[in-house]
Design a protein around this ligand. Structure first.
Ligand SMILES: Cc1cc2nc3c(=O)[nH]c(=O)nc-3n(C[C@H](O)[C@H](O)[C@H](O)COP(=O)(O)OP(=O)(O)OC[C@H]3O[C@@H](n4cnc5c(N)ncnc54)[C@H](O)[C@@H]3O)c2cc1C
Length: 443
């Protein structure tokens, strides 16, 4: 079965390279060393854990198998929603319980602010775009659900609205959707600049980061852990595994707790001024309620970035014609779309599709799953891992420490997942056809 770590070690070129700054070019771990805490994985979770440990005065060392941000960070779409998971706020309460559920909902609501504040504190230029995230609605049932969600947030004083078809059309540039929810708290960022910014901030406070250093072995010692790498080793009191979708067999059974799904993203050359002025107006980004959703961002230079589909297995070129047809369905007047590039990366699904914090053994922690909300929640979970390592009691953490649970039928997940994708595509097509025959849904 294909494993995400089989992907090329060369980082893909994405739209974020255009404004993401310079790579860090850090040396590999050269020999034997020790640290209070060793962090495996230099993505958003790992770099944030290092930064927060350094802020607490703990020594931290990060090893990244490739380059900082090589994994999902630079491959994401950079949308930062004001929610911690894809679950409804009420489902979050059910899954995480009466103590941690409300905390997680609140952390999600504050997630865009968390990103903006941390970036500002360390002087990171991460190209923040404000204006909110719009979610187009494609069925009456989804309209009712998102209207209910908007009312929930309005009662808390949050700037979330349900828009009628006409109101949504004025923002999107077409009346494709039945209506939309707009959450004005949402932002979009350059996730490559963000992960590099976190890494630089951590180093500025004394954290040590090494690229091209893969953990080959993890063993218990009398006073902690020993991590083996090709050219050196680390002795550490505590270890944080921040490998998420790329989790391999380093800890027995951990990779069976997640299902990595490959997501593709596509970007175009700049659109003409006349088109730009009429689409995705005043918002940071959009997506929709389809099972296989389409997300879109329009950049200040006129480039359009949109979802390129999902799959399993080795990377292959996305069906560009099909993906462009999807964009044209939403934006019929978009004019010529010239693809400039595409990339892919792995999004992780877990059992309840929310973030999980596990204590795998004394002094060994991981934050894993819910990868689709990782641009802000990843660094927030990195902070929680740092707090675990610093001995903060479980009762004070954002999510409870839980035991890892294997996903049933894991060995055949790619087969079942591919069947599910085909099924979802059929359902989405049928619902879109039905949607087109429905009149406006009132706001
Ligand atoms: C196509 C796509 C679109 C997305 N869009 C969004 C979005 O719009 N908004 C949002 O919030 N989230 C989005 N995400 C999810 C988000 O990118 C992730 O949640 C987040 O980047 C996860 O961060 P991480 O640090 O947990 O993992 P990663 O960034 O994947 O980092 C894990 C790192 O661990 C390293 N590693 C693995 N094994 C070892 C080892 N043995 N030794 C050393 N290093 C190792 C890997 O090389 C990798 O760099 C998207 C993801 C994808 C793929």
């Amino acid at each position: 079965m294909y494993h995400p770590r089989q992907d090329s070690s060369a980082p893909p070129r994405t739209i974020f390279d255009l404004t993401g700054g310079e790579p860090l070019r850090l040396p590999a771990l050269p020999g034997e060393t020790s640290s209070d805490v060793a962090i495996v994985g230099g993505g958003l979770v790992g770099c944030s854990a290092a930064l927060h440990l350094a802020e607490m005065g703990r020594s931290a060392i990060v090893i990244e198998a490739n380059e900082i941000g090589w994994g999902s960070a630079r491959r994401s779409a950079g949308q930062v929603s004001a929610s911690a998971t894809k679950l409804d706020p009420a489902e979050v309460l059910r899954v995480y319980g009466p103590v941690h559920g409300p905390r997680l909902n609140e952390a999600g609501a504050q997630a865009p602010e968390f990103v903006s504040a941390l970036a500002e504190r360390y002087g990171m230029d991460i190209s923040i775009v404000r204006g909110g995230i719009l979610r187009g609605v494609h069925t009456p049932a989804m309209a009712a659900k998102l209207r209910g969600q908007a009312e929930f947030w309005q009662r808390q004083g949050a700037p979330v609205e349900y828009l009628s078809r006409g109101e949504a059309a004025r923002i999107i540039g077409s009346d494709f959707y039945l209506g939309a929810q707009i959450d004005r708290r949402g932002i979009a960022v350059n996730p490559l600049a963000w992960v590099r910014g976190l890494a630089r901030a951590a180093m500025s406070l004394g954290a040590r980061l090494h690229e091209n250093t893969r953990m080959d072995g993890l063993t218990r010692t009398a006073d902690g852990w020993r991590i083996a790498t090709p050219h050196g080793a680390i002795s550490a009191g505590q270890v944080l595994l921040c490998t998420n979708a790329y989790t391999d067999d380093a800890w027995p059974g951990l990779k069976r707790t997640i299902i990595p799904v490959r997501g593709y993203q596509i970007w175009t050359r700049p659109l003409g001024d006349n088109v730009r002025a009429h689409i995705l107006r005043g918002i940071a980004a959009m997506n929709d309620t389809r099972r296989l959703l389409t997300g879109m961002r329009l950049y200040p230079d006129g480039r359009l970035h949109f979802s390129g589909g999902v799959g399993f297995g080795a990377e292959r070129a996305p069906d560009l014609e099909d993906r462009i047809a999807r964009v044209r369905q939403i934006l019929p007047d978009v004019g010529p779309l010239e693809v400039e590039g595409w990339w892919s990366g792995w999004v992780t699904r877990g059992i309840a599709d929310g973030w999980r914090l596990h204590r795998l053994a004394p002094g060994l922690f991981t934050a894993i799953a819910c990868n689709g909300r990782g641009v802000a929640m990843g660094p927030i979970m990195g902070r929680e891992l740092a707090r675990c390592a610093a001995g903060v009691p479980e009762s004070e953490l954002l999510v409870p420490l839980s035991a890892p649970k294997s996903i049933p039928w894991h060995p055949v997940h790619a087969l079942l997942g591919s069947m599910a994708i085909r099924h979802y595509a059929r359902l989405d097509r049928r619902e879109i056809a039905e949607m087109r025959s429905i009149a406006d849904t009132p706001a």
